[in-house]
Write a protein that binds this ligand. Structure first.
Ligand SMILES: C[S@@+](CC[C@H](N)C(=O)[O-])C[C@H]1O[C@@H](n2cnc3c(N)ncnc32)[C@H](O)[C@@H]1O
Length: 226
């Protein structure tokens, strides 16, 4: 698996993202897409957190796909990634941009229904670019609960946010999550904080019962992809 990005940082065309932002500023959150450097760090964190096995990397709110591209460049095949994006035009752009990517148009805050409709059973890691600061805490908690249900024990959600505090309250919805600050990427407009959420070890992955039973065994540790 390649661990370094094969290309140099380039300036992506900002127009598709700007158009998405102008259609729904609250849902998109900020008129600039994630930078090359942030996307790379997010992809590395996601792949490092992936549970071994055959689940998909689930990306919520991919926008124009900078983080999707970084995942692919770091060795995760497009066919192992499922993206859930609400904006129809961005979905079409993602389909054109990444051959083999599973693009699901839908509301990621209704993750269980969306994944069920799309026939997606298992995830090995979740990367969320959803603007959780603008989301009601109960909706964010439901989204996270559904995400952990889709993952086996040890699964993680990587979330990025502009603020200084975690954008999803670790205690929301009674989940009692462990939130770990992984770092801040300053080469981003604005600087971006990266958080990792996990269920506590004693939780027994109650939120993930379904996935836990069906996930095949993989290597003891390390990256699950490919
Ligand atoms: C802050 S942007 C992040 C975009 C991209 N991941 C990046 O790094 O540049 C948030 C994205 O989430 C999408 N989004 C917001 N709310 C959503 C929801 N409830 N379900 C699915 N996608 C959503 C927006 O359309 C937008 O593409």
């Amino acid at each position: 698996m390649r661990r370094e990005l094969s290309r140099k940082p380039t300036l992506a065309n900002p127009l598709p993202f700007l158009r998405g932002w102008s259609r729904n500023p609250v849902a998109v959150g900020w008129p600039f897409a994630t930078s090359y450097w942030t996307a790379r760090r997010l992809a590395l964190a996601t792949l490092a957190a992936a549970v071994p096995g055959d689940g998909h990397v689930l990306e919520l709110g991919p926008g124009t796909g900078p983080t999707t591209q970084a995942l692919i460049e770091l060795g995760c095949p497009a066919a192992r990634i499922v993206v859930v994006e609400r904006d129809g035009e961005l979905c079409r752009l993602l389909e054109r941009r990444f051959a083999g990517l599973c693009v699901v148009q839908g509301d990621a805050l209704r993750l269980r229904e969306v994944l069920g409709r799309a026939g997606i059973g298992r995830a090995c890691a979740v990367l969320s670019g959803l603007p959780m600061r603008t989301v009601a805490p109960a909706d964010a908690a439901r989204c996270y609960r559904d995400a952990f249900r889709a993952m086996p024990p040890g699964g993680a959600i990587i979330q990025y946010t502009y603020g200084f505090r975690p954008s999803v309250d670790p205690d929301a919805g009674g989940l009692k999550l462990e939130a770990t600050f992984l770092g801040r990427e300053w080469r981003n407009m604005p600087p971006m904080a990266i958080w990792r959420y996990r269920l506590p070890a004693h939780h027994g992955n109650r939120a993930g019962d379904n996935a836990a039973r069906t996930m095949p065994a993989g290597p003891a540790h390390g990256r699950a992809i490919p």
